[in-house]
Structures are given as structure tokens and as C-alpha cells.
Design a protein around this ligand. Structure first.
Ligand code: GTR
Length: 418
């Protein structure tokens, strides 16, 4: 090749590969004003919890519902639960295990998902952590009796999943993210569901929960309707429909990591039955403030995961300054229920500082109810959790769920869940 051609070739290939560079420089965070949770869109000031609930909470909720996560299009026609497997002497006699098949029906179409439930022996009325897992219920434990999911699964080297299908090989490969023994020893249960059984995580709306609701000829949700995060949140509520009727369960705390932390927050905002909400490293579209444009931005997330949010959210890609809300108001929708926002200092993509500030700005609403929030003078000192009704920690280390995280969640839950 001649030098000019070589240069042109190099320029084109590098341009093709060029990704918008994420900002990790605090001095380059744009100046922005955080929308006040206590001033309505019309400029009215909110001074008590009643006004918040009647005026402000509703308008914020509706904005998130229509413009960000998307509306659930209709009610289900039917749903059913069936305990398909039970062992009262599971995990070396520490737990009762139940596997519950949940059936959802709409327009003569149906979808089934399985809840794996462990309840501690000796606590007849246990609080339970409910959280999605990324690759199947059988990955969270070595327990040989946990059913392996047969729906589409993202290939993963770590999980040894190929051909988009989970097998025996991946059993127990994610036990590190689920401190099941610790939960049981402290009198807590765990309920978990493989999120792909609600909606496979790919940019394809032909399958999963969305497809049950289509009219004749429809192939994807309408502009203001739900993306995958809202579908996953809806699935958590359907799991809750079962859990709230299990007489051995007292309270349910909804938990999620990363994209599933976003789903847990939206589930907490849409469903008041969750007694507490935990967002672990949920980042952009979760706990982190979007207007900081630090790490992942709305443009990045809508490009990489076009199916996560409602179609209407795309108009805010690279236009964060035009958003009349920010994610601290999502947190505020959960008030006055206990809420734990957890970050990891090396998880720069999720903007850990933006998650902390977001919790601080949501506090005003908790304070209206006389609850302890994360105040503006609180600091995010690494590995120094703040455990009030609003709780926060900045863990050392990376984007993950570690034993450390569960230690804090359990300690915190002791203050309200039993
Ligand atoms: C990333 C995505 C994040 C976060 C994460 C995860 O690729 O950009 O928003 O959700 O995935 O879920 O692990």
C-alpha cells in the first residue's frame, strides 16, 4: 500500500473503533443543578409528607414510568404458583428449600419462571432477601437439587456457559456472590430467580414477558412502554405475590447488583410491599446521578443496551441537561422505607461518588417522614458504612457483590426486618 492509503486506512479503522471516551475526571463534570425533590414541576414547594405523596411523588413517579423505564401495558389475565419441589432438610439441615413455579398468562400466551427459596430452620417467620441472579438459580449454590434453567443464557467464560444454555457445569459457580450460610445463620432466607426467565437480556423483544402483551402484529413495546428493566421489576413483584403469602416469611427485602440493582430500585419504587431495597453498584439508570456524566452516560447505556429502558428515554441520550428529574428522585420514591445504596470505589463506570451524592439528595424526602437519611455532611469514607433508614457504603474494591456487602446488608436489616 502507498503511504497515503495506509494513513487513510489507519484513520478509518481507528474512527470505526472510536468509542466516546468516558469521563473519569471530577474537574470535567459539567455544572448542573440537581432537580429539587421538594419543588413540583410547576414550582410549588412541598413542606410535608402528605403534600409529597399527593403532589410531588406522583408526578415524579409518572415521569420515571413514562419517560425512563416505561409503563407496564396492562394487567395479566392470570397467574399461578406451584411448589414443584420441597426439602425440609436442605443445605446440611440448615434450610428448608422450595422451588416454586410461577405461571403468568396474558392473551392466551404464557411464561413460567422458577423461584428458588431457602428458609432458615428455626425461624418460622423469617425476613427474606429477594434478588435476581445472572445465570440461573443453580449457579448460586452447590446444592445438587436446584433445577437448571432451560431458557436462553448469555455465554460466559467464567460461568462456563456456551451455546446459550446452562448446564451442570455452571452449578455453584456464583456462590461467592450469595452469602447463603450467613443469611441462614442470622435467621434470614433467600429467594432468587434467574432474570432471563422473565426477559432474556438481549435486544430482541420477540421473547420474554413483553411478548405476552402484544396486540396482533405487534413486535415491540410502544414508545412509552416498558423496556427490560421494567419487565424485570415486574417479575420481582410477581415473585412477591408468592412470597407475601408464604406464612413462614415476615418481610421481603429486594436486592440487586448492577443492571439488576437498577431493576431492584424500580421494583422498590413501583411496589410498596418491599420492606427494604438494596441497590448494589447499580450505576447509570440506577442510583447514580445522570447529570454528572461521569463514567457510563445515558447515551452509552442506550447504545449498548437499547432494550433496557423505554424508547422515550433515548431522547435524553447526550442531553442529560434537559432531563427534568435525576436518579436521586428514583431513590426518593422509595421513602420512607429502608433503602441501602452500595458502591465500590474502583467501580468508576458506575460513578460511585454520583451514587453517594444521589443518596444525599434523596434524603430530604426521608427527612419529611422523620427518618434518618444520608445528610449533606455525611462522608463516603471507604469501608465505613452509614446504617440508618437510608444506608450507604463505599466498599474498597471492584464492581461485584462480596461477603463484605452481605455483612452490612444483614446488620442493617436487623434494624427493621425482624
Ligand atoms: C455494564 C453496564 C452497566 C451495568 C453492568 C452490569 O455493562 O454498562 O450499566 O449494568 O453492565 O449489569 O453488570
Amino acid at each position: 500500500m502507498r503511504p497515503l492509503l495506509i494513513l487513510l486506512f489507519a484513520l478509518t479503522t481507528s474512527a470505526l473503533k472510536a468509542q466516546p471516551q468516558a469521563n473519569y475526571d471530577e474537574t470535567k463534570v459539567p455544572k448542573f443543578s440537581v432537580p429539587d425533590p421538594l419543588t413540583t414541576f410547576g414550582g410549588e414547594t412541598i413542606t410535608d409528607s402528605l403534600q409529597w405523596e399527593e403532589k410531588r411523588k406522583l408526578e415524579i413517579y409518572q415521569f420515571f414510568e413514562k419517560q425512563i423505564y416505561g409503563k407496564v401495558p396492562a394487567l395479566l389475565d392470570e397467574y399461578s404458583f406451584k411448589v414443584i419441589e420441597q426439602d425440609n432438610n436442605a443445605l446440611d439441615g440448615k434450610a428448608q428449600r422450595k422451588q416454586i413455579a410461577v405461571g403468568l398468562k396474558k392473551n392466551d400466551r404464557s411464561l413460567n419462571f422458577n423461584i428458588l427459596l431457602y428458609l432458615p430452620i428455626g425461624n418460622e417467620n423469617a425476613p427474606v432477601f429477594l434478588g435476581y441472579n445472572f445465570h440461573g438459580n443453580h449457579t448460586v449454590t452447590d446444592d445438587p437439587n436446584v433445577i437448571i434453567t432451560d431458557v436462553w443464557n448469555e455465554n460466559s467464560k467464567d460461568l462456563q456457559i456456551t451455546d446459550n444454555k446452562a448446564t451442570e457445569t455452571s452449578r455453584g459457580l456464583r456462590t461467592n456472590r450469595w452469602a447463603i450460610d450467613k443469611m441462614l445463620d442470622n435467621g434470614y432466607g433467600l429467594a432468587t430467580v434467574y432474570y432471563g426467565e422473565i426477559d432474556p437480556d438481549k435486544n430482541d423483544f420477540s421473547d420474554g414477558l413483553h411478548s405476552l402483551f402484544y396486540d396482533e402484529g405487534q413486535t415491540k413495546p410502544k414508545t412509552n412502554e416498558w423496556g427490560s428493566i421494567a419487565a424485570w421489576a415486574f417479575g420481582l413483584s410477581r415473585a412477591m405475590d408468592y412470597l407475601e403469602n408464604d406464612t413462614n416469611i415476615s418481610n421481603v427485602i429486594v436486592f440487586g447488583h448492577s443492571r439488576l440493582g437498577k431493576a431492584a430500585l424500580w421494583a422498590g419504587a413501583t411496589d410498596p410491599r418491599f420492606a427494604g431495597v438494596i441497590s448494589n453498584n447499580s450505576g447509570c439508570g440506577g442510583a447514580a446521578l445522570s447529570k454528572r456524566k461521569y463514567g457510563e452516560t445515558i447515551g452509552d447505556i442506550n447504545n449498548s443496551f437499547p432494550h433496557w429502558f423505554s424508547e422515550s428515554f433515548k431522547k435524553y441520550s447526550n442531553r442529560e441537561e434537559t432531563l427534568p428529574v435525576d436518579q436521586h428522585q428514583l431513590l426518593a420514591l422509595i421513602a420512607p422505607r429502608p433503602l441501602y445504596v452500595a458502591s465500590a470505589i474502583e467501580d468508576e463506570w458506575a460513578d460511585p461518588l454520583g451514587e453517594f451524592i444521589s443518596a444525599q439528595y434523596a434524603s430530604k424526602v426521608y427527612e419529611l417522614y422523620g427518618k434518618k437519611g444520608i445528610t449533606l455532611t455525611d462522608t463516603h469514607e471507604v469501608d465505613h458504612p452509614i446504617l440508618g433508614t437510608m444506608a450507604y457504603h463505599m466498599r474498597s474494591g471492584k464492581h461485584d457483590v462480596l461477603e463484605y456487602d452481605w455483612d452490612q446488608y444483614i446488620t442493617w436489616a436487623e434494624t427493621f426486618a425482624k
